[in-house]
Design a protein. Sequence first.
Length: 367
Amino acid sequence: MRIHALAVLLAAGLAVPASAVPAQAVPGVIRAAAPGVGVQPTGAAAGTAARVRGSEWTPGTTVQIQICGAGAVHGSADCDTERGVTAMVAPTGTFEAGLTVGAPPAACPCVVRVATMPGGTAAPATATAPFTVEGHRVERIVRDAVPVRADVVGMEIVGGGERGELFGGTPRRTLVLRIRNAGPEPIVDAPLVVGWGAGATADSPLDAPATGTLRPGQTATYRVPVQLPPASFGRFVVGGRYAGSVPFESSFSTYPWGLLGVNLLAALLLLLGIRLALGRRAAARRRRRLAAVPAASRQAAPDTGPVVEVTDLIGYLDSAARSPSGAYVVDRDELIGYLEGRRGGAADAVDLEALDRFLAPAGEEGR
C-alpha cells in the first residue's frame, strides 16, 4: 500500500510542473491578424480628399480602394469605381493612399472598401471602414437574395426644349419607367439604380424613388428626374437596373441651338467690325497721303474738250472712196463734217491744226 501511495504521489508531482507551463509556451496554431483599414477624415463631401491607411496586408500585393454605398454588400456594383485608386502593400504589410471622395451609385450607409486585386498569389482579402459622404442619400440596405422575375414594359424620356436650354441653360428630362411583376411572388423594396452618361455608359448616378411593393401581375411606373450640367450638348444615355437583374437603357440628345446662333452672330459682327476698322484705317492713310501732296499738284487738269478717237478716223476711211491706185481719197470738209457728227455736232469737236497735219502729204509736215 505504501509503495502504491508513493507511486501516486510521484505521478502527481511530475504532473504539477507540466500543468504549470504557461499556455503561450505550448506549441500550437498562430492565427494571422485580419487586414485592417482606416480613413481620415471619416466623412467628407464629394470632390474633397481623404487619406486611407491599411495594415496587416500581404506584402507585395496590390489593393484597390473605393468608396461604396449600401455597405458594399453587392461588391463593386455599389462602389464609385471611377474615382477608385490602387496601392502597393509595403514589406511591412502596410499601405497609404489618397482618395478623392465621390458619390457611389448606391445610397449610404457608405464605406471605404479595400480589396486585393485579382491575379495575385495571395489569398483574396477585403476590409471596409465606415465613411460618410456628406449630402448623399441614405436608404435601408437591401440585399439581392433571389433574382426577381420582372419585365420592362415601357420606358421613355420626356421633357426638354425649354427656352433656357436652347441658350445654354440646364437640360432637364424625366425618365418614365414602367415595370411589371412577371413572377408569382411580390417584389418588396427592390433596389432601383439609375444613372446617366455622356458616352455609352450611364456612370453618373441619379436619385431614384423607392419601389415599394409590386404584387404579381402588377405594373408600376417610376419617374426619375434627369438633370445635366449647363450648356450640355450631344447624345446622352440613361440606364440602370431594377432589382439588380433587370437592365434598362435609353438615350436622348440636346443641342443649345440658340446659344450656337448667338455665338455665330457675334462672330459675324466681329468680322464686320474688323472690316469697318480696316476700311477706316485705309481711308485715314489715304487722307494723310493726300495732305502730304503739294496743293498745286492737287489741282484738277483742265478740260480739253472732246477728243477724236482713232476709231472715228477708221470709220470714215471705211466709207471713203479709193482712187484707182488703191489710196484713200479724203475730202477735208467732208471729214470735218463726219467727225463733228460723231461728236454730236459740236463745232469745237475737231482740232483743225492737228487734222491738217494728219492730212498733209509726206514731207510737207515738217515745213
